[in-house]
Design a protein around this ligand. Structure first.
Ligand code: NCD
Length: 316
């Protein structure tokens, strides 16, 4: 794999292949020494133009567990805040000898621009671009669902027939987009549940069903309920009346959590707005995979770094 820009580019077999490599990486996480020499001498740059906690430390942990050298670059405090362009930043990283660049950027498409440019030869991994995609989040979510369903026998399996409701701020969510493409390629049935104002205009062309009522979605007994964060920082206001009204209609509160079948799992990519889109009871229950998602994220990112860095510098 030359770059990882989008889950839309992955077909079913490729996706299963990445999840299987992540299973191998997860095994390493259970050893006493959680480190492989695989990427010794390679340099991974975490290039973050947007705030992040889990994604950045997850990529850092993943690269270090593969023995790569890691450089963390955040736009705050760098020459980017002095107006340096993406091109100059990329050329600087190329001159330093970066082999892979993990990019988070507020502009949708920024990682594609880097991957298609001749500014830098490194493998580019999209760690979230605007409202477009967050492919490693989709992969870690798919990995988490597959493990909860199949446990130790997950290798080689897809997600055929698994019902997943993705709930909330779909409009601003790159997590939702990456999950829609990936989970449906793996055979899952995806339903989006949101107020009409938080659904993108083109959503009718997506391979999903759409609902506006969370209670109806719960009554259909989904295997997975994935709650999304309300992305206030991307909103100019007016998407719903107020927080209380949002949580009354689209929040996974205690009553809705109790109405779910006992086998359903509850997911959230983090960071959570407790009491808004998800209650603490739901978030902290043993059916919540929130912390498992974080743990699995490291294994999935190890797999992606390994696959990107073990590919030659040929065309994508
Ligand atoms: C997500 C993101 O940044 O896109 N968080 C994450 O990577 N775990 C989702 C969010 O910010 O709501």
């Amino acid at each position: 794999m030359r770059h990882l820009l989008s889950t839309r580019d992955l077909d079913r077999e490729e996706a299963i292949g990445i999840l299987d490599v992540a299973e191998d990486m997860a095994e390493v996480q259970n050893r006493e020494v959680r480190k492989l020499p695989t990427l010794r001498g390679r340099t991974v740059v975490n290039l973050f133009f947007e705030d992040s906690t889990r994604t950045r430390i997850s990529f850092e942990a993943a690269a270090k567990r593969l023995s790569a050298d890691v450089i963390n670059f955040s736009a705050k405090g760098s020459s980017v805040s002095k107006g340096e362009s993406l091109k100059d930043t990329a050329q600087t990283l190329a001159s330093i000898g970066a082999d892979a660049v993990v990019v988070r950027h507020p502009a949708s498409g920024a990682p594609q621009v880097l991957a298609q440019s001749d500014w830098i030869e490194a493998g580019i991994i999209n760690a979230g671009d605007g409202t477009h995609e967050h492919p490693t989040q989709g992969l870690l979510d798919a990995f988490t669902i597959r493990r909860r369903l199949h446990g130790r026998t997950a290798r080689g399996k897809a997600l055929d027939g698994v019902s997943v409701s993705i709930v909330g701020d779909i409009l601003h969510s790159r997590v939702a987009r990456s999950n829609v493409w990936l989970l449906t390629s793996l055979g899952a049935n995806v339903r989006l549940v949101a107020p009409a104002t938080l659904l993108p205009v083109g959503v009718t062309g997506w391979p999903v069903t759409i609902g506006y009522d969370l209670d109806d979605a719960i009554a259909e007994r989904p295997d997975v309920v994935m709650m999304l964060r309300i992305q206030a920082e991307r909103m100019s206001g007016g998407f719903f009346p107020n927080a209380r009204e949002y949580s009354r209609r689209w929040g996974l509160d205690d009553a809705r959590f109790n109405a779910l079948p006992p086998t359903s799992i509850v997911m959230h990519p983090g960071p959570m707005n407790r009491g808004l889109e998800i209650s603490s009871r739901a978030a902290d229950s043993d059916r919540s995979t929130v912390l498992e998602q974080v743990t699995n994220g490291v294994s999935v990112r190890m797999a992606v770094l390994y696959l990107v860095l073990s590919t030659g510098k040929g065309p994508a």
